[in-house]
Design a protein around this ligand. Structure first.
Ligand code: ATP
Ligand code: MG
Length: 395
């Protein structure tokens, strides 16, 4: 057993000593078998939440109505979820009813893909009821049970399929793929935040092109904001250079670029996807910079105003899109800009008013941006005396 499982072993043992079953399940099992790094270890058990709370001294009711209790031991915490079945997915998303059960197999049956439906016991034995090991071996994403039904229960699973495809560089098995193509419209039932989370994970993966290709081919894109009838444009991403996106901000800027959106269209697009304000702003400025560079506009004041923090990302995106210019030269020039924003000026508004002998007013603000720009363009350095001199001689 890997170290993460080893550390959690006493939890499994304690549950078993109390007369219940407990296993490692889900993504950590899949990733362990693939030899990938494990993040959060999930534990599933036959014990009901109230029973788990009796076994451990320190617990938190994380999602007790869904059967999840967090157990705290020393400085570690473990999420323990009672075996459950789900029923009555009337709205193609969440189940109407969660039922706690005592059988591991029933719990594994409700999971999305065979590779996610494996369990490991305390001795390291793998419980594989749906040939998940074989699919892991053959690099296949296959729905547990009838794919069509599984996507009717929860349409988000279609997005999860292409996301795992991108993360693992697997193929979606034929029947599962057909069921996605047939049921793609159900994606419109799913909250955009949940679709976005899967979509961003897909694009930030190593094999994002494989995942994106199926996202387009299977028609999922048609039911996402701003993507209707845009499969050809989005497909341009597939012929960009084989680089991995740096961050979420870059993925959106890349999409804005191939969709050929102007600033206000792109802003609306990002709002429709409910992207966070921080990401939205960085993506908007990045795309603006890409457009400037594409038009051979390397004005330092522009670049500074749009945020020098966006430069690395912008240059990376330009490389992906084969927009060519002397990157190093530009980076060197920008690196010489000694301030990040007006707060870094070595002169305050009060200083300016003293130096020029004028009362606070619009003139101060104007002088401020004048010296800010002079610093950015390398015409004066950011220290009190030089700025004072510059101010007096440029009135
Ligand atoms: P990640 O590496 O992203 O954490 P994961 O497989 O652990 O991948 P989670 O969303 O953390 O994914 O879910 C944990 C497990 O719960 C999955 O492995 C799967 O067995 C099950 N699961 C999660 N979401 C769904 C879903 N929408 N439908 C069915 N089973 C699901
Ligand atoms: Mg997980």
């Amino acid at each position: 057993l890997p170290a993460d499982f080893q550390a959690a072993l006493p939890v499994l043992e304690k549950i078993e000593q109390a007369g219940f079953e407990a296993y490692f399940v889900g993504g950590s099992v899949r990733d362990h078998i693939l030899g990938l790094p494990i993040h959060d270890v999930d534990i599933a058990t036959s014990a009901y939440p109230e029973e788990i709370k009796k076994i451990f001294r320190r617990t938190v009711d994380t999602g007790i109505q869904h059967g999840t209790v967090t157990v705290l031991i020393d400085d570690d915490s473990y999420e323990i979820t009672t075996f459950r079945t789900e029923s009555g997915y009337q709205d193609y998303r969440r189940p109407d009813k969660v039922t706690f059960v005592r059988s591991l197999e029933d719990d594994l049956k409700r999971r999305d893909f065979t590779i996610n439906a494996l369990a490991v016991d305390k001795n390291g034995n793998v419980i594989d009821k749906f040939d998940g090991l074989k699919d892991l071996d053959n690099k296949i994403i296959r729905a547990v049970g009838k794919a069509e039904e599984r996507f009717h229960e929860d349409a988000l699973r279609m997005m999860r399929a292409v996301r795992f495809q991108a993360q693992l560089n697997f193929k979606v098995e034929a029947k599962t793929a057909k069921a996605i193509a047939d049921n793609a419209p159900l994606l419109s039932k799913i909250a955009i935040e949940r679709i976005r989370e899967e979509f961003v994970k897909l694009l930030l993966s190593r094999s994002w092109k494989t995942g994106l290709a199926d996202f387009l081919k299977l028609g999922l894109s048609e039911y996402c904001p701003g993507f209707k009838d845009q499969a050809i444009e989005l497909g341009e991403l597939l012929i960009s250079k084989d680089l991995t996106f740096i961050d979420e901000d870059e993925t959106w800027a890349a999409i804005g670029y191939v969709l050929n959106l102007n600033h206000s269209e792109f802003n609306k697009f990002l709002r429709d996807w409910k992207v966070s304000n921080k990401v939205r702003e960085a993506s908007l400025n990045t795309l603006t910079l890409v457009h400037l560079f594409e038009n051979r506009n390397f004005d330092l004041w522009n670049i500074y105003k749009l945020g020098t923090d966006n430069l690395t990302r912008t240059i990376h995106l330009c490389q992906m899109q084969n927009i060519e210019f002397d990157y190093t030269d530009l980076q060197e020039k920008v690196a010489k800009i000694s301030i990040k924003n007006a707060r870094d000026l070595a002169l305050s508004g009060k200083d300016i008013s003293d130096i020029l002998g004028v009362k606070p007013g619009p003139i101060i603000g104007k002088s401020m941006s004048q010296i800010e720009r002079a610093i950015v363009e390398g015409n004066v350095s950011n220290n009190f005396d030089d700025l004072r001199h510059y101010l007096l001689s440029n009135q």
